[in-house]
Design a protein around this ligand. Structure first.
Ligand code: NAD
Length: 235
């Protein structure tokens, strides 16, 4: 018998217990700019130095952070299920915890991209990306991030994965940022669905959703134990 597929949609909340602020925490707090005002193509045009500084501060935090019990619990699911993580996060804490299949809808903060050739993507081994740091074609590097107003190239792949979910888990997202928030509507109606978040949003239009109003670190380990205990044997 083939393994069941669990698809997990994660948001900023799963990394909160690792010390990385959520989107809402950031709102209005960073040098009096709103998140959207420094995470957009317009901001990059207006003041690339400011945008780089914003991401440098965030990247530094990510380099310092460690995966928490929530990230680690999702790795254990792989003992008995095909697990596909679709994250809105730009950190690499799922990968560092050991998850095998992770799609980043909104990019990856530890990577930089050419501004003339988007296929040129570079891994950053240090938190700082500066004005004057260039790709091999001589153009300025930008953060490898999907900014507000930009297309989400990984979304079609995410839709295909969501359609194949036998079980769907949502963790730590306010379900405010589209298109990611709409992914649940592609999940088969019959698939059991769970939502782990200490302050869950209204999801009254989603049927069969079990809400676990706890942090990722407290809510995910028991949920994972429960799912492992009902997994098909020998898979
Ligand atoms: P959001 O800030 O809008 O919502 C965060 C959600 O996490 C809230 O519902 C909150 O109740 C919940 N939460 C807070 N602490 C939690 C915990 N300990 N465990 C579980 N849940 C907890 O974030 P979002 O919905 O992910 O959307 C924000 C956007 O900002 C995303 O697109 C993402 O790319 C970006 N972002 C990413 C990071 C990161 O990479 N770590 C951090 C901040 C923002």
């Amino acid at each position: 018998m083939s393994r069941k597929t669990i698809v997990v949609l994660t948001g900023a909340g799963i990394s909160a217990e690792s010390g990385i602020s959520t989107f809402r925490d950031n709102n209005g707090l960073w040098r009096n700019y709103r998140f959207e005002e420094v995470a957009s193509p317009e901001a990059w045009k207006r003041d690339p130095g400011l945008v780089l500084e914003f991401y440098n501060m965030r990247r530094k935090k990510v380099f310092e952070a460690e995966p928490n019990e929530g990230h680690k619990a999702l790795v254990r699911l792989e003992k008995a299920y095909n697990v596909q993580i679709i994250t809105q996060n730009v950190d690499d804490l799922h990968e560092r915890a050991g998850s095998s299949h992770v799609i980043h809808l909104h990019g990856e903060i530890k990577k930089a991209r050419s501004t003339v050739d988007p296929s040129l993507i570079y891994k950053l081994n240090h938190w700082e990306l500066k004005l004057g740091d260039k790709c091999e074609k001589g153009s300025q590097l930008r953060p490898h991030i999907v900014w507000f107003g930009e297309p989400v190239p990984e979304f079609p792949k995410a839709i295909n994965i969501a359609r194949k979910a036998d079980i769907f888990i949502i963790v730590g997202t306010s379900l405010n940022v589209y298109p990611a928030a709409g992914l649940i509507h592609y999940v088969p109606t019959a698939a059991p669905k769970y939502y782990v978040d200490p302050a869950p949003q209204s999801t009254s239009t989603v049927c069969g959703l079990e809400i676990i109003a706890k942090t990722a670190g407290r809510g995910l380990p028991p949920l994972v134990d429960r799912l492992l205990s009902v997994a098909d044997p020998q898979t």
